[in-house]
Design a protein around this ligand. Structure first.
Ligand SMILES: Cc1cc2nc3c(=O)[nH]c(=O)nc-3n(C[C@H](O)[C@H](O)[C@H](O)COP(=O)(O)OP(=O)(O)OC[C@H]3O[C@@H](n4cnc5c(N)ncnc54)[C@H](O)[C@@H]3O)c2cc1C
Length: 407
């Protein structure tokens, strides 16, 4: 079999890999995306309840791929965040609301079904003649002089100047390249599902802080919301095995009626939670992006937002090198990418892990601290504003795409 010649091979056609393929393909580079699973067509995509809340930087990045127009009607702006702490049965629940307008924004983020986002990205790359989606699985690679030769499990071979590992949390590219990672398993799983409800959500995302883990009700168009319900793994497994009516009732009991009567539209599905951080995000002629580089608890809805910032910075590093006639897979280009992403990845992964401990704790001291913190945020307006701004603070050395500029 003769080897296909490309500029870049991307292993993994999930949300990270497809966004990178669209950005680099638009700039004229020859790209192969390898993934055993092709997305369903956009019009036939079902909302399963697995959604992502995308902040403005992520929306800016997606806008530059041209897919935002078809996604916007399926998304919901989150104009208000409501936090209810009812972790202490002996005390009244604490309820606090943060409007986006307090920090001069119309919305904190947009909630979008994952399936529709992936299908829209796939449709975009299908229109680019220089981007090919190959339904196959990564096997191994060899660095060869000024390039890299990538072997697939079906026996096909692809030559490139750069290999990108976008193959998710169990990244085979990360493993084959010898990049070590730290793994922290939580005894927690997230149950996700899609619900209909009798009351309007008023574009408000509601988060309950409870002993075994938080639960978020995230708005979707109409009277629908996606649910992310974190529980100890044993409890989560047992809940997902319940009959539909029983699961629906369990959910109704947990939501304090904030959305009125609930009916289950899709799911539930269960996702074991962990933190994974690659000790490096580059190796010779290899770059890692998204969950191949870092996995976090979904608690603060940061995972894909962080991943899209990897994508935008890598795209910028590659395009700038190509414009200058520099080898796009060279050590200098990869070093620059690694350096620019270091602080953002380190602080987010650490911050989300700490946040997960605080919101899931049943340690009395931490629980009291969390409740006291929430109370003071409600009364001290500047503090509340600051807390929201930290969550949305712009990044150091942010990419042009994240800022809404051209590549
Ligand atoms: C319950 C839950 C809720 C979340 N909510 C949010 C949120 O609100 N906001 C947010 O920003 N993030 C959120 N996240 C995180 C976000 O969903 C992930 O960061 C994102 O989907 C990961 O995208 P990815 O492209 O890295 O990986 P994936 O989507 O896992 O894609 C990896 C792809 O690689 C392919 N692949 C794997 N191995 C190989 C191989 N050997 N060869 C070829 N292909 C391969 C797979 O088939 C897959 O298509 C949430 C996560 C969870 C679990």
């Amino acid at each position: 079999m003769t080897a296909r010649q490309t500029d870049i091979v991307i292993i993994g056609g999930g949300l990270g890999g497809l966004t990178l393929a669209a950005l680099l393909g638009q700039a004229g580079l020859v790209i192969a995306v390898v993934d055993p699973h092709k997305p369903a067509p956009f019009k036939k995509t079902e909302n399963t309840g697995r959604t992502v809340a995308l902040m403005q930087a992520s929306v800016n990045i997606l806008k530059s791929t041209g897919i935002w127009k078809s996604l916007e009607p399926l998304s919901t702006p989150m104009e208000m965040m409501r936090i209810i702490d009812d972790s202490d049965a002996r005390k009244e629940p604490i309820e606090i609301e943060f409007p986006a307008s307090d920090i001069g924004m119309e919305q904190f983020s947009y909630n979008i079904p994952n399936g529709h986002l992936r299908a829209a990205l796939y449709e975009r790359i299908e229109k680019l003649k220089n981007v090919n989606f190959i339904e196959s699985t990564f096997s191994d690679y060899a660095v060869d002089g000024g390039g890299i030769v990538v072997n697939l499990e079906d026996g096909a071979t692809i030559k490139a100047r750069l290999l990108v590992g976008a193959d998710g949390r169990n990244s085979a590219v990360r493993e084959f390249s010898g990049i070590q990672s730290t793994v922290k398993k939580y005894d927690q799983s997230a149950i996700t599902c899609l619900i209909n409800h009798s009351r309007s959500h008023n574009n408000t995302s509601t988060e309950f802080h409870r002993m075994n883990g938080p639960m978020a009700l995230v708005p979707l168009p109409g009277n629908q919301s996606s649910v992310v319900w974190v529980e100890k793994t044993k409890t989560a497994d047992a809940l997902t095995r319940l009959k539909k009516q029983e699961f629906q009732q369990a959910l109704q009991d947990k939501t304090n009626n904030v959305l009125g009567g609930i009916t289950l539209e899709h799911g539930p599905e269960c996702w074991p939670l962990c933190t994974i951080k690659a000790k490096a995000i580059t190796a010779q002629r290899v770059a890692l992006i998204a969950e191949a580089a870092h996995v976090m608890s979904p608690i603060t809805a940061q995972g894909l937002n962080l991943s899209l910032r990897d994508v935008a910075t890598l795209a910028e590093s590659i395009i700038d090198a190509a414009r200058l006639g520099v080898d796009i897979g060279s050590g200098n280009v990869l070093k620059a990418y690694e350096k620019r992403r270091h602080i953002d990845i380190e602080t987010r992964v650490f911050g989300v892990d700490t946040m997960n401990k605080i919101v899931s704790t049943d340690l009395l001291g931490l629980k009291r601290l969390r409740r006291a913190g929430l109370k003071s945020l409600d009364t001290l307006s500047p503090l509340k504003t600051l807390a929201m701004q930290i969550g949305l603070a712009p990044q150091i050395d942010e990419s042009r795409l994240a800022k809404g500029e051209k590549l």
